[in-house]
Every structure is written in C-alpha cells, then in structure tokens.
Design a protein around this ligand. Structure first.
Ligand code: NAP
Length: 251
C-alpha cells in the first residue's frame, strides 16, 4: 500500500542541528513516522529529547565547523541504534555583511559548516550504508540561495549553491549503491536563521509581499518533504533539490 512506503519504521537517522528550528521539525517528523533519531548540535538537544522521548531520540554535542566529530557521530548512531539509514545535513549558519567588507572569517566559517562538513559527513554516511549493504538516504537542507544571489550573504549563497551541486554529484556516484541523495530548499521560514530579517520591518514586508502563500513557513512545513525523501516512496528520486517555499521561486 502506498502509505506504507512512507513509513520509517525500523529506520535510524542522524539529523544535524537538532536542537531548534527545521532540524527539530525534521526529528519530530521522523520519530512520528517510526524512526529512531540521533541528533547533533553545538548545544544540547534536550528540548527535542523531551518532546520525542529518550527511546526515540538521543543526541550528541559537536561543533560541525570542523571535521573531527564525523566518526564519533556515525559510530554513536550505530552503537545506540544498531545501524544507519538516513542522514539529514540540516546544521547551517548564515553571516550577513556587505560584500565589499565581507571577512575571511565569515567566509570560512559558513563554508566549513554548510558545505565542507556536509560533504564529508555525507561521505562517512555513504560508507556506512555501503558497509551495511543496505542503501540509504541523504537529505541536505539547501536554500532559495541555491538558486538566487541574495543580499549581503556571499558565503551563505556560495555554500548553498554548492549544496545543490554536490547533491547531484553524490547522487550520480552513489545511486548504484541504492543511496538516494537529495536536498530540500526551504523558502523563508520563521526560525533563528531569519530572526534578523523578520526584525527588519521593511525587509520583512518586502519578503512577505513576494511569497504567493502570503506567510513565512514553519518547521512543520518541511516535515512532509523530509519524510518523503527519507522513505522508500522516493527510491527513484536522485540528485534533486525540492523547494518548499510557499511559491517564492515561481515568482
Ligand atoms: P537555526 O534555528 O539557526 O538552526 C541552525 C542549526 O544549525 C542549529 O541547530 C545550530 O545549532 C546548527 N549549527 C549551526 N552551526 C553549527 C555548528 N558549527 N556545529 C553544529 N551545529 C551548528 O535555523 P534553521 O532555519 O532551523 O536552519 C536549519 C537549516 O535550514 C540551515 O542549514 C539553514 O541554512 C537552512 N535554511 C533555513 C531557512 C530559513 O528561512 N529559516 C531557509 C533556507 C535554508 P545552534 O543552535 O547551536 O546554533
């Protein structure tokens, strides 16, 4: 039955950036669909654990600006839950500064978290899927700035455009192993990431005016796409970045 294909019963996922925002929403969606989740964040994901229960959601604390925690993350998921089936690269950071003044520090931090670690964590997850001979699902959180330039966010735009590109590269190489690599490009969602934009009345109004759905998105809005891409319902979807944007890209 088609709805059975959306079930994540018995699946194990790693979700980065699980303490808040979209990562918390994805963790909730996966547990509701039957999966066990290992969350990863710089700070404690205690609130997410309280919401989802200790049996369903465990977490580790790691700074994804560096590659060092990657082995620990994969090993902890396998140790706690016995296997790994799904990776969601959700952790991300944005730095706003005029291009003319943009610092090397803000370039490197954003590229490291949003792109460099995302690639090498995906590589480690793919190795685990191949070792298990199980196939697997990798979902990265891209952005409208995978398609557009944005303003005052050059490293973020570079990193998210790269996410869309390497999603296709990884998909091309790993589809033969039963590994689906895809991405979700959220539109403008009400989370910490957009706090500065929403606090700026003029920018907030300009953004809202351009969204056909007429509202900011919420973490609930990406739950359906995340479960679809994590489930066997998407077994023939490879290398695509799905917009969940209230129509923004269509304008
Ligand atoms: P958020 O509330 O700021 O969440 C970002 C998450 O990434 C947090 O859990 C954060 O942990 C984690 N993170 C950042 N730097 C990290 C690091 N060095 N090591 C480990 N974890 C780190 O914003 P969000 O909107 O939920 O963002 C989730 C993803 O969606 C990001 O990739 C973002 O770029 C993307 N996105 C968001 C929007 C939007 O409109 N909100 C639109 C398009 C794409 P801390 O809590 O410790 O900082």
């Amino acid at each position: 039955m088609i709805l059975d294909k959306f079930s994540l019963n018995g699946k194990v996922a790693v979700v980065t950036g699980s303490d808040t925002g979209l990562g918390q929403g994805v963790s909730k969606a996966f547990v509701e669909a039957g999966a066990k989740v290992l969350g990863v964040s710089r700070v404690s994901s205690e609130d997410t654990q309280k919401m989802l229960g200790e049996d369903n959601f465990k977490f580790v604390i790691a700074d994804l600006a560096a590659l060092d925690p990657i082995d620990m993350i994969i090993n902890t998921a396998v140790k706690e839950f016995g296997r790994l089936d799904i990776l969601v690269n959700n952790a991300g950071v944005i730095k706003r500064e005029d291009c003319i003044d943009f610092s090397v520090k803000n370039w490197d931090l954003v590229m490291n978290v949003n792109c460099r670690t995302l690639f090498f964590l995906s590589q480690a997850a793919a190795k685990q899927f191949m070792k298990q001979n199980s196939g697997g699902k990798i979902i990265s959180i891209a952005s409208m700035l995978s398609y557009q330039g944005g303003i005052r966010v050059p490293s973020y735009t570079a990193s998210k455009s790269a996410v869309k590109g390497i999603t296709m590269t990884m998909a091309n190489e790993w589809a033969q192993h039963g590994i689906n690599v895809n991405a979700i490009a959220p539109g403008y969602m009400a989370t910490n990431n957009t706090q500065a934009l929403r606090a700026d009345a003029a920018r907030s109004e300009a953004i809202l005016d351009r969204i056909p759905a007429g509202r900011w998105g919420t973490p609930d809005d990406i739950m359906g796409a995340a479960v679809f891409l994590a489930s066997s319902a998407s077994d023939y979807v490879n290398g695509f970045t799905i917009a969940v944007d209230g129509g923004w890209l269509g304008r």
